[in-house]
Design a protein around this ligand. Structure first.
Ligand code: ATP
Ligand code: MG
Length: 416
């Protein structure tokens, strides 16, 4: 090719490129003008805009990264936040739909300058966005604007487990509940044992177990989750967190907190699944008011038959129910290291391994001296626990907020 030909080809390429850019600008202006003319809140006016978004959305989903939505996009998807699914400690959840038909649950976080909310936001986005498991709720994306901070989750058609455990008009059979217990345990086991970095949930409870259209359970809300470097097994926290009734004793004391706090909460959840009642319910006779203690007393005196009858569990499920009782009692052991690993819990629930006989988890409540290394009093000094703390403890400020690893992790996520 002569140099004149080459120049001609180059000029043609430049002209074609400029033409393409011009056409794109015209399309973009047309979209913006249409949106401007028809107002910003209507669903129909933004269909093309949403289509562009959805292309990006699907691309990003393929890359398995959470994507960033604008508040405008979420307003459209949720029809201006009209369909409220429920509210929790950190925000309100609205049902939404994208133009490709994908149903979503958009959690609008309360406030916009609260440090706690920022922390929760970053924790959720950076953890769930990259964690995928059948028994974990998928985070599609998020919105991080001054006037709106939101998380966009996959929509779970059957809501949360508490609705089925504590409400008369919604019931699930024992078999379903057992499957939900095992699925939940699998989800938590994945967080604890299979992620690159261990994820502690901190708030396992029936409200955070969501059910899809087929009642498959998925653990939701990593709002309180913090990444824990596996090398540093302990994290201490000055402030209590979690939910009373489910939070492990060490959560309320300045003692090492490990993934074992989730095992404790799971144990409490398991009691509620067995009893299909809240663990603490004053409507029952005094001896049955606190269900876990009542279960222990039945177990201790070998009267599990009576317990299963009173819980309305059919005879054919008795063996399974007994396994669940034993596992629950093992999970709520006072000493964190006496509690099993979540992967062991899964196997025990499935009947794949023998279940060790649990000791009384509530001994400390009966005025009996707790085991020597149990966290007996927050102000205890000079104990073996202290030396453990000095060598293994990583405080919140060094391990979670400020380690280079965490900083790097959060910055990466925030810049998506
Ligand atoms: N992905 C989802 N799909 C369908 N419904 C959802 C979804 N996420 C939440 N919900 C509904 O919204 C309700 C409120 O959820 P939210 O997480 O805000 O509160 P919570 O779980 O009760 O408390 P917490 O703030 O401690 O997590 C849930 O109980 C559930 O019914
Ligand atoms: Mg929740």
């Amino acid at each position: 090719m002569s140099s004149t030909d080459k120049q001609g080809a180059l000029a043609a390429t430049i002209v074609a490129g400029l033409g393409l850019v011009f056409v794109m600008i015209v399309i973009l202006l047309a979209v913006c003008q249409k949106r401007f003319r028809t107002g910003s809140g209507t669903v129909s006016s933004d269909t093309r805009f949403m289509t562009l978004t959805m292309d990006k959305f699907l691309n990003d989903m393929e890359r398995e990264k959470p994507i960033r939505f604008t508040s405008q996009q979420l307003r459209i998807a949720t029809d201006n936040f009209t369909n409220l699914l429920g509210s929790g400690g950190f925000g309100s959840v609205y049902k939404g739909i994208f133009s490709n038909g994908t149903l979503v649950a958009v959690k609008i976080l309360y406030g916009n300058s609260d440090k706690r909310i920022d922390e929760q936001f970053m924790a959720e986005v950076s953890t769930i966005g990259r964690v995928h498991h059948l028994n974990l709720v998928r985070l599609f994306g998020f919105c991080f604007e001054e006037n709106l901070r939101a998380l966009v989750y996959e929509y779970m058609g059957n809501g949360s487990l508490d609705m089925y455990l504590f409400h008369e008009n919604k019931k699930l059979g024992f078999e379903n509940l057992y499957e939900i217990a095992v699925g939940t345990a699998r989800g938590i086991a994945y967080l604890h044992e299979e992620c690159q970095q261990r994820i502690i949930h901190y708030d396992i409870k029936p409200g955070n177990i969501l059910l899809d259209a087929k009642f498959l359970p998925k653990v939701a809300d990593f709002g309180l989750a913090k990444l824990c470097n596996r090398e540093n097994t302990h994290v201490t926290m000055t402030g209590g967190r979690g939910t009373p009734g489910y939070a492990a004793p060490e959560m309320w004391m300045p003692y090492p907190i490990t993934h074992k706090c989730d095992i404790y909460s799971f144990g409490m959840l398991l009691f509620e699944i067995l009893g299909r009642r809240r663990n603490l319910d004053m409507r029952f006779a005094e001896s049955q008011e606190w269900f876990p203690m009542w279960v222990w007393k039945n177990f201790e005196s070998g009267e599990l038959g009576e317990l299963t009858i009173l819980c309305g569990i059919e005879a054919k499920y008795r063996e399974t129910a007994e396994r669940m009782v034993k596992v629950a009692l093992l999970c709520v052991q006072y000493r964190p290291d006496s509690r099993p690993l979540m992967s062991e819990v899964v196997k025990m629930l499935e009947g794949a391994v023998e279940i060790p006989t649990p000791l009384n988890p509530f001994q400390h409540m009966l005025g009996v001296t707790p085991c020597p290394s149990a966290p007996s009093h927050p102000l205890q000094t000079g104990s073996s626990l202290d030396s453990e703390l000095s060598t293994q403890t990583v405080t919140r400020s060094t391990s979670i907020g400020a380690t280079p690893l965490m900083r790097k992790y959060e910055i990466e996520i925030a810049s998506i």
